[in-house]
Design a protein around this ligand. Structure first.
Ligand SMILES: [Zn+2]
Length: 76
């Protein structure tokens, strides 16, 4: 059963989300990741299978679809 790690809400919707990961100082954007998204705070939770697949994708030989330039801001 779903329980949000942030707000402990237990209602979630299945959704495809985009998420930026930082691996060895390099950012990678992965689009259309299946996730459970908390109905209250919007926190996205990935299954362990999904997390593992992303990890393999980013560390392995998978070729990205494209490279984009990204504006990065530091809030401080
Ligand atoms: Zn939540």
């Amino acid at each position: 059963m779903f329980e949000c790690q942030v707000c402990k809400n237990n209602q979630a919707r299945e959704k495809l989300v985009d998420e930026v990961f930082k691996i060895d100082g390099k950012h990678a954007l992965v689009e259309n990741i299946p996730a459970k998204v908390c109905g209250r705070c919007g926190e996205a939770v990935f299954s362990s299978e999904t997390t593992e697949k992303i990890r393999q994708m980013l560390h392995g030989t998978a070729k990205p679809l494209q490279s984009i330039h990204m504006n990065v801001f530091d809030f401080n």
